[in-house]
Design a protein around this ligand. Structure first.
Ligand code: FAD
Ligand code: SF4
Length: 510
């Protein structure tokens, strides 16, 4: 009597649901490094290295905890490269009586799991992923019958469900959300916290050599590689964040500074998404810091909202909307993504910073993803599917369930307002307010037209004008559309001509 339990690359939790109740004596855990998964999009080199190294370390931890693990490496000559091929080999080799697996994090892989029972002729039990607070059924029940879905109301339910920052049925501090305290620009500060950097051990060094050889043509650089690849080190980074950065997380959540890729962000997303850290345990630790008087409420609430609010909410949307969510293109945007998204070579200083650090770290913080690279792609009318593919490839924390709704929905408004109530479009003024980028840019953020004007300015008005039939009735855009209507026709024409001249240069660069 043998149970085969495949553990996928983002299921690196000792308490993953597929292992619940299993007997190590009659269980074989299977872990697979699959060529298909490393190349179905051209992932950033550090992303591949991080996942492979974390998988190898996790296999060792599982063995130390008493499990028997079959592990197939990427360079094993027998490795067929596909999950179906490798499960078929394992079934032939081990002759299991059943397969138990935790559900996948994306439609593409879930469809593969669902095909196994028919393909292999043995029972396959697919279990819910209980690392998330809301099951698919719970999210569907919450969303059912609502005219519009808004994160804020879902988030309040998650606060009630977990009791995080609650006094009975009331939110601590008398309000649910302290975001209005959280929009401060930051100044360069030598005491700014830095995330820990972990020196690669021999396991990671092997993986780095493998990735350097095999994925040389993938985007991004491999060094310096400082990511945690074990539960132990991920927890050290968690504690480091709680001790040094959390207190100011709220205040500076939207700030951006030249040469400072991390600011007061946690840099924990890769660990949460792969399973090295437990999201609820992290939120409880944050609430404890608040209760102990170590961090202010706007920081604790703001951070917890990102995890039990946004992170859960986008996952709910992803599974509720189905596998064709990826094809939505409400604004009918068709432009290819400019080549400098893969090189960072542009005179726009904000873009060069956000892309440059992405290529060297496989990470950028939220406001860079949303208001720099995302905003620019939205304004130029980039094809949302191309934008989605870029974000999926380039970020170390990118898995489709979380990346797609953030990119296609929140950032590109390609779902027509399902996820967010208005497009995150802005001119250079916002970037100037929240960063120091404009001070060292060859463009002038105060100018709207002409060769030295910040391109975001004319592009912003051109975006509104171009999409007026689709966005003109959006209540939250009433003010900018009124401002547009009040402009002289000559000014309008100059703005649109300036935007179009800039867009032509993008097309010429291909
Ligand atoms: P912090 O700022 O410290 O936030 C703490 C945690 O909250 C994060 O680790 C993350 O788990 C969670 N969180 C915060 N915002 C979001 C959000 N909008 N959606 C889901 N979780 C959130 N996040 C990913 O994990 N994977 C992605 O592929 C991804 N793609 C994105 C694409 C776009 C266009 C945008 C605008 C955002 C995307 N995000 C994604 C959300 C967010 O930018 C990252 O979670 C965050 O920058 C990770 O860095 P951090 O751990 O330092 O986050
Ligand atoms: Fe970016 Fe415009 Fe500022 Fe330059 S001037 S950094 S392009 S917002």
């Amino acid at each position: 009597d043998l149970t085969l339990i495949p553990i996928l690359g983002d299921q690196l939790s000792l308490t993953i649901s597929s292992l619940h109740g299993a007997d190590p004596a009659t269980t074989r855990v299977l872990m697979l490094e699959l060529a298909d998964e490393t190349t179905y999009v051209r992932h950033h080199k550090q992303k591949i290295a991080y996942i492979l190294s974390a998988m190898r370390h996790h296999a060792a931890l599982l063995r130390d905890s008493g499990w028997t693990v079959d592990y197939v490496t990427l360079d094993d000559p027998e490795n067929s490269g596909s999950s179906t091929g490798e499960i078929a080999r394992a079934v032939a080799r081990l002759n299991p009586d059943r397969i138990v697996v935790t559900e996948a994090g994306e439609w593409r892989v879930q469809a593969m799991l669902e095909a196994w029972e028919t393909l292999f002729g043995i029972p396959v039990e697919i279990r819910p992923d209980d690392r998330f607070l809301a099951s698919h059924a719970e999210f569907a029940a919450w969303a059912e019958g609502r005219k519009a879905l808004r994160m804020e109301y879902f988030y309040r339910d998650m606060r009630r469900k977990t009791g995080l920052l609650m006094e009975g049925d009331k939110p601590i501090g008398g309000q649910w959300n302290f975001d209005h305290d959280n929009r401060k620009p930051a100044k360069a500060d030598s005491a700014m916290p830095r995330p820990l950097a972990f020196a690669p051990d021999t396991v990671t060094q092997d993986v780095l050599a493998l990735v350097a050889k095999r994925f040389a043509d993938h985007p991004g650089t491999l060094a310096p590689f400082g990511w945690a690849v074990t539960h132990h080190d991920a927890l050290r980074q968690q504690t480091h964040f709680l001790d040094h950065a959390l207190a100011k997380f709220g205040d500076y959540q939207d700030a951006m500074l030249t040469g400072e890729p991390h600011l007061w962000h946690s840099i924990l997303s890769p660990y949460l998404n792969a399973g090295l850290l437990d999201p609820l345990a992290l939120c409880r630790a944050v609430a404890e810091r608040y209760a102990a008087g170590k961090v202010p409420l706007n920081a604790a609430e703001g951070f917890i909202r990102q995890i039990i609010g946004w992170r859960e909410y986008v996952r709910g949307i992803y599974w509720r909307e189905g596998p064709d969510y990826v094809d939505r293109n409400f604004l009918e945007a068709r432009r290819p993504l400019p080549a400098f998204y893969w090189t960072g070579e542009t005179d726009m200083h904000c873009m060069a910073e956000a892309i440059g650090q992405t290529l060297s770290n496989a990470h950028a913080h939220h406001i860079q993803r949303l208001m720099i690279t995302g905003n620019f792609a939205l304004l130029i009318g980039a094809d949302p599917k191309a934008v989605h593919q870029w974000y999926l490839e380039i970020y170390i924390d990118a898995y489709e369930w979380v990346e797609l709704p953030n990119t296609l929905g929140m950032s590109q408004f390609a779902d027509g307002g399902l996820l967010g109530s208005k497009p995150y479009a802005s001119s250079g003024a916002y970037i100037d307010r929240m960063s120091d980028y404009c001070r060292s840019c060859r463009y002038d953020v105060k100018q709207r037209i002409g060769p030295d004007a910040c391109p975001f300015n004319a592009l912003y008005w051109d975006f509104l004008a171009r999409n007026e039939d689709k966005l003109g009735r959006n209540q939250r855009l009433a003010m900018p559309y009124r401002n547009w209507a009040k402009m002289d026709d000559g000014v309008k024409q100059d703005l649109r001509a300036s935007a179009n001249a800039f867009l032509d240069t993008l097309d010429a660069d291909g």
